[in-house]
Design a protein around this ligand. Structure first.
Ligand code: XMP
Length: 537
């Protein structure tokens, strides 16, 4: 039988459900939505996120074994409160509502939801009566520490429902076991909730009867098949390769599917790191055996960036130029070869890129335009193939390892599409790019030398348009400032500044001031995400 995965790809849907029997998470805009999907995948059950507005038909096509309704910041009584189609509760598929998801279920099925006198936020305690305990709480103690975040509470049960847990002041879990509709007021996906994983496992395996079969190998096999079907026997595919983990894993998957009908294009945007263009090209060709065309478009990009200092404008222009370069290259290739029209563009878009760029009703607002998603022009000459769209970076690394890619690729720090342009505040000039490249190379060298490269998420330099007074020898100087940014993170959704040893910071600072002309001051960035972002622009 044809699997959900293949259909998802063929119909160009966002989600790449890699097998039947996954779980669909419907997003009401909650800050933990992606965590829910990830926790489910950690249990080897595939999970994909769709906006809460997804049509029941679209959900049914994916043949899920379960549906989770996420939390969200709204009150169900808000005028523009996000809603699902009520049909979602009639698909015959088990449902788990979390927080806002629970309130929406209660309201939709005829229960009563009210504003609580007391907002419950942060840590709390839940009591689960052992008598007649819910399948959701099988094997879980009677009292648990949980994580809450809600203002409304369910006060009246919908017909057919019963209470299965409560906090001191509110209902904490309800269910209609016959219809297999379950709901919790707290967040089992968050680490602060004790036994949260057991609760999710109970939902997956006891209630939904999910099979723990999803993993790297299944993902690769299903994705490769899906790509083959989508591309067909004649078309060719062009890939926007950057040498980073994401696009390289995406290219390796497509290469496995269609071999050399995949043409990779690696563009020098003029805002790459020191020696990166030459070294990456060599690595991709020699070590990975990929067919890669290098295009040096430095002049075009710098012309686009001339006089522009607004960060979003820089990102948009770089995004547009990337697509323009690809489109021209593809056309040229098509003209030059006798067969196989190029119809698809592969991108290594990951889940965090998607949610930070797309603002569906409710879900996370646009924070920055990532060039590989939000910056794309409306009319694209290609259809997209984005096989990693549902995954987080660490999941992509695992897939890459299964595909046999070397550590050199897998452990490489992420580098933003708009490159050094968003690490050089203000207008991008050639001179400043050269300064930044040198400083950046020193930061990375020193991090490597200290054995920290694979322990931190990213380490880089930022050039600030700030001049300050210094003294060198007998001369007064008035030079530029470099900020060093080194962060630790699991998935870039949150990040903390790395507590580097003072000696490492000292070596970086001394070397930058001594070796990079024009820089007289070095500062260390001690901001976390949120509220800051990792990149400065
Ligand atoms: P922020 O600055 O949003 O960055 O905290 C989160 C992660 O995303 C990377 N990043 C990008 N990656 N295109 C990309 O492919 C982009 O436009 C882009 N902007 C930021 C950033 O380096 C960090 O790892």
């Amino acid at each position: 039988m044809e699997s959900g995965a293949k259909r998802a790809v063929e119909e160009n849907q966002g989600g790449w459900m890699t097998e039947r029997g996954g779980v669909v998470v419907l997003d009401f805009g909650g800050q933990y939505t992606q965590l829910i999907a990830r926790r489910i995948r950690e249990q080897k059950v595939f999970s994909t996120i769709l906006p809460c507005t997804a049509a029941p038909e679209e959900i049914r096509k994916l043949e899920p074994v379960g549906i989770v309704l996420s939390g969200g910041p709204s009150s169900v009584y808000d005028e523009d409160a996000p809603v699902c189609s009520p049909e979602v509760l009639q698909l015959g598929v088990p449902v788990l509502g979390i927080c806002y998801g629970m309130q929406w279920i209660a309201k939709t099925l005829g229960g009563r939801v009210e504003k609580s006198e007391r907002r419950e936020y942060g840590r709390g305690q839940v009591n689960i009566p052992s008598e007649g305990a819910s399948a959701l709480f099988a094997g879980v103690p009677e009292s648990l520490r949980i994580w809450l975040s809600h203002g409304d509470s369910v006060r009246g049960l919908p017909p057919g429902f019963r209470e299965t847990a409560r906090t001191e002041s509110a209902l904490a879990a309800i269910e209609d076991a016959q219809r297999k509709i379950y709901a919790v007021q707290f967040h089992p996906e968050v680490n602060h909730t004790e036994r949260g994983t057991d609760i999710l496992r109970n939902f997956l395996f006891q209630v939904c009867g999910a099979k723990a079969t999803w993993g790297g190998e299944a993902f690769i096999q299903e994705t490769v098949e899906a790509i083959r079907r989508k591309v067909g026997p004649h078309h060719r595919v062009i890939c926007a390769l950057s040498g980073g983990v994401d696009s390289t894993v995406a290219a390796a998957l497509v290469h496995r599917a269609i071999g050399d009908r995949l043409i990779n294009v690696f563009v020098n945007s003029g805002v790459l790191r020191k020696n990166e263009f030459a070294e990456t090209l060599e690595m991709l060709r020699e070590r990975l055996g990929l067919h890669v065309i290098g295009v040096d478009a430095t002049e075009r990009f710098l012309a686009q960036l001339k006089g522009v200092s607004d960060p979003e404008e820089k990102r948009k222009r770089i995004g547009r130029e990337f697509i323009a370069v690809f489109a021209e290259k593809a056309e040229e290739l098509q003209r030059g070869e006798a067969h196989g029209e190029i119809q698809y563009l592969v991108q290594g878009t990951l889940y965090p890129d998607v949610i930070e760029s797309v603002s569906v009703k409710g879900p996370s607002a646009t924070i920055k335009t990532h060039h590989n998603v939000g910056g794309l022009p409306e009319k694209m000459p290609f259809s997209l193939i984005e096989p990693l769209r549902d995954l987080f970076k660490d999941e992509v690394r695992r897939i890459g390892r299964e595909l046999g890619l070397p550590d050199e690729v897998l452990l490489k720090h992420p580098f933003p599409g708009p490159g050094l342009a968003v690490r050089l505040l203000g207008e991008v000039t050639r001179e400043d790019l050269d300064i930044l490249r040198e400083a950046d190379a020193i930061v990375v060298e020193e991090i490597r030398r200290a054995g920290l490269y694979s322990k931190v998420w990213q380490a880089f330099a930022v050039l600030l348009p700030v001049r300050s007074v210094g003294v060198m020898g007998d001369f007064r100087t008035y030079g530029l400032t470099v900020a060093v940014r080194v962060v630790e993170s699991e998935d870039a959704m949150t990040a903390d500044w790395a507590r580097l040893p003072a000696e490492v910071l000292e070596r970086m600072s001394t070397r930058i001031v001594n070796e990079v002309r024009g820089v007289t001051r070095v500062v260390y960035d001690i901001s976390s995400k949120p509220p800051s972002t990792i990149e400065w622009e």
